[in-house]
Design a protein around this ligand. Structure first.
Ligand code: BJW
Ligand code: ZN
Length: 246
């Protein structure tokens, strides 16, 4: 039996499959990752763009950077990894939940229904002070907008370094990490907490960890490591799971 067949059988037998995804799952859609070659952080300083302090220093720079990313996201499509996970959710007897660090909405666009976005949503705009919130749609104009309710600067509805994750999403992500029988960890460098702790929680609770990443980060705890692009490995795993009939 190949590793794919074996891992596929474990997926098929699981009552709960959790998939923790990171920027790598969207790389083949053309969305740059954060770290590594061609990553966002190679061109910019994290402290300038993805922290509340950076926004306070130069809100317009940060706002415009996110507007650029909004434009980019509208032009890309989900890839076979996103579609594979959506298919798994529809076809598996067990439950499939996606915990994603991505803010790009590509899992939802591929048809996944149970998605927990722990780092927020690129298409949501929130007020930096009050509870005002709105959904963005193109065209994405330059120029920093103000809150219609309180006059403060508006900002993207994403989680920056030093900020708390949305409470409900975090709670559910931790519960699902505890509850899952299999955790697929796909395309994350597993460096940013608390999300990087979810596979450890799952492993500690007895789950089988399956990692998909050309540069694996979890070899110590993963029972299966597929050091391949997600767009190739995920559909193969899904195929193997559905063929195993377990
Ligand atoms: C492929 C592929 C292909 C390529 N197929 N794979 C405990 C210990 C130490 C520090 C902390 C801690 N707890 C909290 C902290 C501080 C901090 C943190 O973790 N720092 C670390 C860097 C050390 N965490 C926080 O501040 C978090 N808040 C928090 O914990 O609040 C409480 C608190 C506050 C203060 C102090 C202590 C506690 C919030 C984190 C928010 C992260 N936000 C960002 C930006 C979101 C908005 C935006 O997009 O602009 O989220 S940062 C960025 O990193 C983004 C990502 O979601 C996140 C994770 O990155 P990811 O997805 O792993 O991407 P990469 O690029 O790192 O990796 C890509 C991977 O794909 C690579 O492995 C490739 O090999 C692979 N790949 N092609 C498959 N085709
Ligand atoms: Zn406001």
């Amino acid at each position: 039996m190949t590793d794919y067949e074996e891992a596929g059988r474990e997926i098929a037998r699981a009552k709960v499959v959790a998939a923790l995804t990171g920027a790598g799952v969207s790389a083949e859609s053309g969305v740059p990752t954060f770290r590594g070659q061609g990553g966002f952080w190679g061109q910019y300083r994290v402290e300038d763009l993805a922290t509340p302090e950076g926004f306070a220093r130069d809100p317009e720079l940060v706002w415009n950077w996110y507007q650029e990313r909004r434009r980019m996201i509208m032009e890309v499509q989900p890839n076979p990894a996103h579609f594979g996970l959506a298919r798994l959710e529809r076809a598996l007897t067990g439950r499939v939940v996606i915990i994603t660090q991505n803010i790009d909405g590509l899992h939802q666009r591929a048809g996944s229904r149970d998605v927990i976005p722990v780092h927020g949503d690129l298409m949501v705009t929130i007020c930096s002070r009050c509870s005002y919130e709105r959904q963005e749609k193109p065209p994405f104009e330059q120029g920093l907008p103000r809150c219609p309710a309180c006059g403060s600067f508006l900002r993207p509805g994403v989680v920056w370094f030093g900020e708390l994750l949305p409470e409900q999403a975090l709670r559910r992500a931790m519960e699902e990490s505890q509850a899952c029988d299999v955790m697929l960890v796909i395309g994350t460098s597993a460096q940013v907490y608390p999300a990087a702790g979810f596979p450890l929680t799952a492993y500690g609770a007895g789950a089988t960890i399956i990692e998909v990443n050309p540069e694996p980060a979890l070899e110590r705890i993963a029972r299966y490591v597929f050091a391949e692009p997600a767009g190739e490995a995920v559909p193969r795993l899904v195929e193997a799971a559905l063929a195993s009939g377990a």
